[in-house]
Structures are given as C-alpha cells and as structure tokens.
Design a protein around this ligand. Structure first.
Ligand SMILES: Nc1ncnc2c1ncn2[C@@H]1O[C@H](COP(=O)(O)OP(=O)(O)OP(=O)(O)O)[C@@H](O)[C@H]1O
Length: 235
C-alpha cells in the first residue's frame, strides 16, 4: 500500500517574537492520496502556520513531517526546494501571476525550474493542464487580460504542471465570487477523485468545507476534529 501523501507527527511550532508563544501543539494526522480535506478554524488558530510547515517552507519545528513516506527532517534547503517543486502545488488567495509573461508561460515556469522535461514537453503539459481547467483558449493572453476566476484557474494550472502528489491552498477561493468559487471547488474535487492527488485547502467558507471529503477543524493550535482518516477514505 502507498504511504500517506502527507503525514504530520506531533508537529509543534513556537514563535519567539517578542516572547515565546506556542502556536501549534503536537498535531498528528495523515492525508491520503485522493483525499480532499478542508482546514477550518477561527482567525489566528494556526492554519497558515501549519500550511507553511507542511509545505516545507518553514523548517523550524518540533515533531516530524513525512511526504510520500519520506522524512523531511535533516534535508538540506536544495532538497526541500526540489520536494516542493516536484511534490507540492500551492494555490494562494491571490494568484501571483507574472503579467509580463503569457498565461502559457506562467503555467510552464515551475516545469522549467524543475528541469526534468524538455521545453516542448513542458509546453504540451501546460496546454493539457489549461484544458483540464477549461481555459486553453486563453493560453496566449497576458494574465491581466483575464477575469479573476480565469486568473485563479491559471494559478491552479501552474500548481499542477509538475503533477504534484499534494495540492495545498490558502483561501484559494477567498477572492472569488460564488460561481467561480464553485468552479474551483469542482476542479479540486476532480483532481482528488480522477487524478488521486491529495488536497489540503484552508478555507473560511463553510459551504466549501462541507462539500469536501473531510474537515480538519483547528482551535488554538490544536486539531479538535478530523485528525483521524476515517475507514474507507481513499488512499
Ligand atoms: N512570524 C510570526 N511571529 C510571531 N507570531 C506569529 C507569526 N506568524 C503568525 N503568528 C501568530 O501565530 C498564530 C497563528 O497564526 P496563523 O497565521 O497561522 O493563523 P490563521 O489560522 O492562519 O489565521 P487567519 O485565518 O487569520 O489567516 C497567531 O496568533 C499569529 O499572531
């Protein structure tokens, strides 16, 4: 059996700014392949801090993090950068697309950075991703010629270019209207159910959270609900 896409074991985080404050209190949970989980909780409960740790961007923590069964502790920054680029796709509330490049090139950039495929192959993959997101006709436009919903779909295509095992989002629908939020939700669901990617999405939208496979509820730096993967959850 495959290991979980993501596993946190007693993840603990302190900030020392200006005094020592514990922000995460020994979080233990796993996220399987094909699972679509929402992380919810009040402002300040530690959701973004958790995402930072899980995405390997913050390496100062206690406890352990495993990605696809591999322990992240002790890895050098260059190795972590490779893990991030290859295994994790990130979608933020704001799209951070580069306006001087076409939509297609924006999607291709993380593929070029990975350096695993030829430029032609990356371009082919970028078109494929834009197609999944229903915006291949916009490929040669500049990001600022698109609507907000379309831009967010480009950002998702960019997160998918290297076929990551895990997709993380910090309020990826926070900036969208209801209709576009639903489109993005359906895309995430398809990624989990058709492509067996693991999705961990921070959201303040209860309707969005209620439609995912699993809600991980946080309170004051602890998981108070949804830490355990239920029986029958896709792996
Ligand atoms: N760099 C930092 N230094 C000190 N404290 C921090 C730092 N970053 C976050 N915190 C604190 O850690 C706690 C958790 O913050 P975090 O941003 O993870 O919460 P959140 O649940 O994502 O909130 P929101 O929903 O408002 O985005 C908060 O009390 C915050 O003030």
């Amino acid at each position: 059996m495959n290991p979980p896409a993501l596993e946190a074991r007693q993840l603990t985080k302190y900030f020392d700014d200006p005094v020592r404050v514990q922000v995460l209190h020994g979080l233990t949970f796993a996220l399987g392949r094909g699972e679509f989980a929402a992380v919810v909780g009040k402002s300040g409960c530690g959701k973004s801090t958790l995402l930072y740790l899980l995405s390997t961007m913050d390496t100062v923590y206690e406890g352990d993090l495993l990605i696809d069964g591999v322990l992240m502790r002790g890895k050098k920054e260059a190795e972590l950068a490779r893990v991030r680029n290859e295994q994790i796709g990130f979608v933020f509330q704001f799209h951070y697309l580069l306006n001087e490049f076409s939509v297609l090139r924006n999607v291709m950039l993380p593929g070029e950075k990975l350096g695993k495929f030829s430029r032609q192959e990356i371009e082919h993959r970028a078109y494929e991703k834009l197609k999944i997101l229903g915006i291949e006709s916009e490929a040669l436009k500049l990001p600022n010629q698109l609507s907000g919903g379309q831009k967010q779909r480009v950002a998702i295509a960019r997160a998918l270019i290297n076929d990551p095992l895990i997709i993380m989002g910090d309020e990826p629908t926070g900036n969208l209207d209801k209709k576009n939020g639903e489109i993005v939700f359906d895309i995430f669901k398809q990624l989990a159910e058709t492509y067996h990617q693991a999705l961990l999405i921070v959201t303040h939208d209860p309707e969005f959270a209620a439609k995912t496979h699993r809600i991980i509820e946080m309170e004051d730096g602890r998981i108070v609900n949804g830490a355990a993967t239920g029986p029958g959850q896709p792996q």
